[in-house]
Design a protein around this ligand. Structure first.
Ligand code: SAM
Length: 218
């Protein structure tokens, strides 16, 4: 089934222009563009490093999973994991369904009300695209969804800035997302962090900074 046969609005009621942007054509084009063995290999390298820092866990949810490039890499490393995904774009949801074995929440993160917790909560390249007025709501949902770990992989900047994204305004914001979560939740602790350079000779990523946070008992 091609993307044209999918109702781009999918009856989701969206509050922000950023959600509309991702649920429609731009999100479809992103989903078509971002695939391939090199991205998969880079994700394997990244997650084998991050997940080596954790204690064994059983369940993972990704906020804004797109077609599942991160989740397939994580599943390759831990085949028995229970996997869930939240995704707003219908074409990406279709690709997630094709993978199989993933519990899919086809909705906006801004509408997601977690009814359970997951051991490892991942968000990668998504906080940068959330309307900054709603960021604290997303922080609260990440926190509420996590039984132990929260992993943020985003573009870092010490202070909030907006940058043009593929010619679009109001669609890409960089800041210290992890620092803001650490300030907001007393029992969150920083386990480790790192940077993946776009000129890495073996496993490049798009200048991403990752942070592994853990909930500790107070
Ligand atoms: C830049 S992509 C990153 C995809 C994936 N996390 C990765 O690293 O390959 C951003 C993804 O987040 C999704 N997204 C953006 N805003 C969202 C929202 N409010 N709720 C759910 N998904 C959203 C987009 O549809 C897209 O799939």
């Amino acid at each position: 089934m091609g993307s044209k046969s999918i109702n781009p609005h999918n009856n989701l009621e969206l509050k922000t222009e950023q959600e509309k942007f991702w649920s429609q054509e731009f999100g479809d084009e992103y989903t078509h563009r971002n695939q391939g063995k090199q991205l998969f290999a880079a994700n394997l390298a990244l997650f084998s490093k991050i997940l080596a820092l954790t204690k064994p866990f059983k369940s993972v949810i990704e906020f804004g999973a797109n077609r599942g490039l991160n989740l397939t890499a994580i599943k390759q490393l831990f085949p028995d994991l229970e996997i869930s995904a939240i995704e707003i774009n219908p074409l990406a949801v279709e690709k997630l369904r094709e993978i199989g074995g993933i519990e899919i929440y086809h909705e906006s993160i801004l509408d997601f009300n977690p009814q359970r917790v997951w051991d490892f909560v991942l968000i990668k390249g998504v906080l940068i695209h959330i309307n900054p007025n709603y960021l604290t709501e997303v922080y609260d949902r990440l926190y509420a969804s996590s039984d132990r770990y929260i992993c943020l992989v985003e573009y870092y900047n010490p202070t909030p800035v907006e940058v043009t994204y593929r010619g679009h305004q109001g669609k890409l914001f960089k800041r210290d997302f992890a620092g803001e979560m650490l300030d907001r939740f007393n029992n969150l602790q920083l386990v480790d962090y790192g940077f993946v350079y776009h000129r890495d000779r073996q496993f490049p990523q798009d200048d991403l900074t990752w942070f592994l946070l853990e909930k500790k008992s107070e």
